[in-house]
Design a protein around this ligand. Structure first.
Ligand SMILES: [Zn+2]
Length: 191
């Protein structure tokens, strides 16, 4: 059915594999593990704010998240050639008919995402320093996060570091706090 909708075969294949097995977590860590490109990904494939079919209700994220995305499907990797070319074509189409909407979408989707706890995420303006470290100017928004101290520290800090399942937050080199998370990942959509 998904192929009939024009979704790329490679992406349908990964989604069905995720959907048919007893995965406890979300699809995003699988997509990230499938991604070879170590540098920044295009914002057109950012699916962190598209929970459709991937986030389990138990994670709590599904109730809060805003659905912002360009691709109608989940990519099989963040360097999937078909998702990138169709995502770019879709974005150009949106730009041609609704330039204001295109600008808002780009602003929301471009940036670095901290992904954690099976579906939760927060968006940052900053630059990656290796795969597990982010230097940032600002935390822009978190559509799902309701942990007051974690949010407060993320807003106050300017460096994030992931060490195994711990997210460490620093401000100008000083430790602000840390939090144990399920599968924390930094996803760079700043290209
Ligand atoms: Zn694909």
């Amino acid at each position: 059915m998904f192929s009939l909708l024009g979704y790329p075969r490679c992406c349908v294949k990964l989604f069905l594999k995720f959907n048919n097995s007893d995965h406890v977590g979300d699809l995003i860590p699988l997509i990230q593990a499938n991604t070879r490109q170590a540098t920044a990904h295009s914002f057109v494939v950012n699916n962190a704010y598209n929970t459709a079919g991937r986030v389990q209700a138990a994670s709590g994220a599904v109730n809060f998240i805003t659905k912002i995305h360009i691709l109608p499907w989940h990519p099989c990797s963040y360097d999937c050639a078909q998702s990138l070319s169709r995502g770019n074509a879709l974005f150009q189409f949106i730009e041609s008919i609704a330039p204001d909407l295109a600008q808002r979408l780009q602003r929301a989707l471009r940036g670095v995402v901290l992904y954690f706890d099976n579906g939760h995420c927060a968006s940052f303006e900053g630059a990656m320093d290796g795969r597990n470290r982010l230097q940032y100017n600002a935390m822009r928004f978190s559509p799902t996060l309701r942990d007051y101290y974690f949010l407060k520290n993320l807003r106050a800090g300017n460096e994030l570091r992931i060490e195994d399942n711990v997210v460490r937050i620093r401000k100008d080199g000083q430790a602000l706090g840390s939090r144990v998370c399920t599968t924390p990942l930094l996803l760079d959509f700043s290209s």
